[in-house]
Design a protein around this ligand. Structure first.
Ligand SMILES: [Mg+2]
Length: 271
């Protein structure tokens, strides 16, 4: 199968970008740069907000973080834990849209406990991610955030083990996230936008008017879903693991790549 590599973002036609009204974006190593959010990157989010764009981060990060993000950042909603839920603010109150019912969650958590035991028995040095305590739906295994980076083969063995236990497993730039439930970042965004998002945002959803930006294999469903998508430059590290590529690739990594997209979107709108 021949894979279509992305074009350089700087070559994206203005006519393709000028119709964009909403941006969905990954956080780790897309919006953040080596573990920090740069002042210029955070400021670029405010520039988008002030220019009237709709903004929805889509992340593998936990519910505890997403509660903070939706309340304090200039965003319209946040998809968290790889699509387990969407948090959004309505009349100053934080609302949530969960994919699993309470019964499904309770059964998923039992299965996840069993899986955790199996992971521990096979990988004796395994460390849960330091944000595990703030998660509601998934188990995050750290392979390079606060631990010595794992070799790729070991990450693949872990993913294999999770999948052999009928769990979903996705690889971000720092964690393997595993869960029980049929959802991912893209399917949840799609459900929320159709059930609630359109009336909440006051915006008839057209995926041609949205763009997605990400950095790693767990962004692949979104690269497939959105007709217009972007990879930050560090996505190149994962090219050999991707089946679907974004439309464009930034000249710069992480936050600086995000800022490149912001500059082009704002320029295209005022052109
Ligand atoms: Mg990421």
């Amino acid at each position: 199968m021949i894979k279509k590599l992305p074009e350089l973002l700087e070559k994206a036609p203005t006519s393709e970008l000028s119709s964009i009204k909403g941006i969905c974006f990954d956080i780790d190593d897309t919006f953040s740069s080596e573990g920090k959010i740069l002042a210029s990157t955070f400021n670029s989010l405010w520039r988008l907000k002030e220019a009237g764009f709709l903004l929805i981060p889509v992340t593998g990060r936990p519910a505890g973080w997403c509660d903070h993000i939706v309340r304090f950042w200039p965003v319209d909603a946040v998809v968290g834990e790889n699509g387990a839920f969407v948090f959004y603010m309505d009349g100053g109150k934080r609302e949530r849209f969960d994919i699993l019912s309470a019964e499904e969650l309770s059964s998923a958590q039992k299965s996840l406990k069993q899986l955790a035991k199996k992971i521990k028995s096979k990988f004796s040095d395994v460390m849960w991610a330091s944000d595990q305590a703030y998660r509601e739906f998934d188990l995050a295994i750290d392979f390079c955030e606060d631990v010595k980076p794992w070799p790729v083969a070991k990450i693949e063995q872990l993913v294999e083990l999770c999948r052999s236990e009928q769990a979903i497993a996705k690889v971000s730039s720092i964690h393997v996230n595993t869960w029980y439930g049929i959802y991912d970042k893209q399917t949840t965004f799609d459900k929320w936008i159709n059930d609630i998002g359109e009336s909440y945002l006051g915006h008839a959803f057209d995926k041609n008017e949205w763009i997605y930006i990400g950095d790693s294999p767990n962004d692949e469903p979104a690269f497939e879903y959105f007709p217009k998508s972007v990879g930050v430059e560090n996505l190149k590290d994962f090219y050999n693991q991707l089946e679907t590529f974004p439309t464009w690739i930034c000249n710069y990594p992480s936050g600086k790549g995000f800022e490149q997209l912001v500059d082009l979107l704002i320029k295209a709108r005022s052109a």
